[in-house]
Design a protein around this ligand. Structure first.
Ligand SMILES: [Zn+2]
Length: 478
């Protein structure tokens, strides 16, 4: 395995865009004593920009075409070199300085290096760098470095990993947990972080695969649309679609995991489901394609963090790298935080999960509605949020949904504050209708809490009758 170096000098978001076009320059250099040119300029262009298996192709695919790399001058990439530096003296692998020297050589020959978001330096291996593979100058920086050698095909995933650091991503790690007898378990209060331990992300180890970055990373980088992600605050049955699916639908489920003394969420479980597609080039029979992956990460709206994949099957035999997904019929039970996740069914198109919070059953009421959050499951007193509702299947008669709340939460059809009924017909049942939730700005100090919204269904179709509950996490503003 190659060693990957990263300098975690900054914890800010990326200096260049993570959404849209990232203007990228590639500079190749070598040394008088190490004059190899392992890649031609055309090959370097292919590797970074134009090959079907390029860094650009990778980011286009995993971002749902929301991020691409191109040159400032040429759509198919700006590539310059080779620039030759004197053979370095001393014993340090001083690639940061060498890259600056190569950049200055490029500028001296007329290359305008201004206006770029991303610099990629590819260079031959001097004797000072016997083990180096790749590096990034900083998380959120703009420089990525990779050593070329004739014995090694430069891995797209390794280079994409370093560009990932520049985009603001940290390493994809794993938690290995043990019980009080020191036996491996899926989750406990005694877990050890394993750096690079998440096999199914390029922010984990470099290998022959270039797997998608995690759902957390997609949210952090701004690639998820509102329908793509959902934050759950109470027990519920949830359908999760494959993350490779370009269609906008629920792909990343978040469950608040730990909170501070004020009730603010500190981190979440991120649940996602993978299927073979493009860079996710495992097979349909592999474990990963037959269950969900559960990762811990911070709020992706507030800043970067490592992620930790949970080894959900630790008890079944300790092969952590490939055994992390939660397969059909299995449960992941975090008793410390009152979160139980059960994979109910798995098909190539979706998984159905039962999420139980603090022991409340996930399906105490029928579930003929599909609901997703648009502006979140959290509401501040005095604030308003919206969510979307449609029927899960076609009714054979019209269905009304009466909306009601609690003393401090009210809800109505978005745009019509007096209207608290949603009407679905046999033809518009599959079109989302928007609901606005408002929280009373009272002077009562109730603390942060979960409150239930009522959706009371009525129809001549018996399947669409009864009360459904939605959980809302209310932030006390007093
Ligand atoms: Zn790294």
């Amino acid at each position: 395995m190659l060693s990957l170096w990263a300098f975690h000098a900054k914890i800010t978001h990326a200096s260049g865009p993570t959404f849209g076009v990232r203007k990228t320059i590639v500079i190749l250099f070598n040394f008088t004593g190490f004059p190899d040119q392992p890649l031609s300029l055309a090959q370097a262009k292919g590797l970074v920009f134009t090959d079907t298996n390029s860094v650009n192709s990778y980011y286009k695919e995993v971002s749902y075409n929301r991020l691409s790399l191109r040159g400032k001058n040429l759509p198919d990439g700006d590539v310059f070199g080779y620039y030759q530096l004197p053979t370095p003296t001393g014993t340090d692998c001083n690639f940061l300085q060498w890259a600056q020297d190569a950049k200055h050589l490029a500028e001296a020959t007329g290359v305008d290096t201004t206006g770029y978001d991303q610099f990629i330096y590819l260079f031959t291996r001097p004797s000072q760098c016997p083990t180096m593979a790749g590096a990034a100058d900083a998380i959120g920086g703009s420089n990525a470095y990779y050593v070329m050698s004739t014995a090694q095909v430069l891995p797209v995933g390794g280079l994409a990993h370093e560009v990932g650091h520049n985009l603001g991503l940290y390493h994809a790690n794993r938690y290995d947990c043990v019980d009080s007898n020191n036996n491996p378990v899926a989750v406990s209060s005694n877990c050890t972080s394993v750096e690079y331990g998440d096999l199914y992300s390029i922010m984990g180890p470099t290998n022959e695969h270039n797997y998608y970055v995690s759902g957390y990373a997609r949210g952090f980088l701004g690639w998820l649309m509102p329908a793509d992600t959902y934050t759950l605050y109470g027990s519920e049955v949830v359908t999760v679609n494959p993350i490779e699916n370009l269609t906008s639908n629920l792909k990343v489920l978040r469950i608040p995991r730990t909170r501070d003394a004020q009730g603010n969420v500190l981190d979440y479980y991120y649940v996602e489901y993978k299927q073979p597609f493009g860079f996710d080039d495992f097979t349909a029979s592999d474990t990963v394609a037959n269950g969900v992956q559960i990762r811990v990460g911070k709020d992706y709206f507030t800043g970067g963090s490592n992620t930790w994949v949970m080894n959900t099957r630790a008890e079944t035999g300790y092969t952590p790298t490939f055994d992390t997904p939660l397969l059909e019929g299995f449960s992941f039970n975090d008793t410390t935080n009152g979160i139980k996740i059960t994979t109910r069914s798995v098909s190539s198109s979706a998984v159905v999960l039962c999420i139980e919070i603090n022991g409340t059953p996930c399906d105490s009421s029928p579930a003929p509605l599909v609901v997703y959050n648009v502006s979140g499951g959290t509401i501040q007193e005095g604030g308003a949020v919206t969510y979307q509702v449609k029927l899960a299947s076609q009714p054979n008669a019209s269905v009304s949904v009466a909306l009601s709340g609690t003393t401090s939460l009210s809800q109505y059809k978005t745009g019509s504050p007096a209207t608290t009924i949603l009407n679905f017909t046999t033809s518009n049942w599959n079109t989302y209708q928007s609901v606005t939730v408002t929280a009373t700005a009272d002077s009562v100090h109730q603390g942060n809490r979960i409150e239930k919204l009522n959706l009371n269904l009525n129809s001549n179709d018996a399947r669409f009758r009864g009360l459904q509950l939605r959980s809302m996490y209310v932030i006390d503003m007093n």
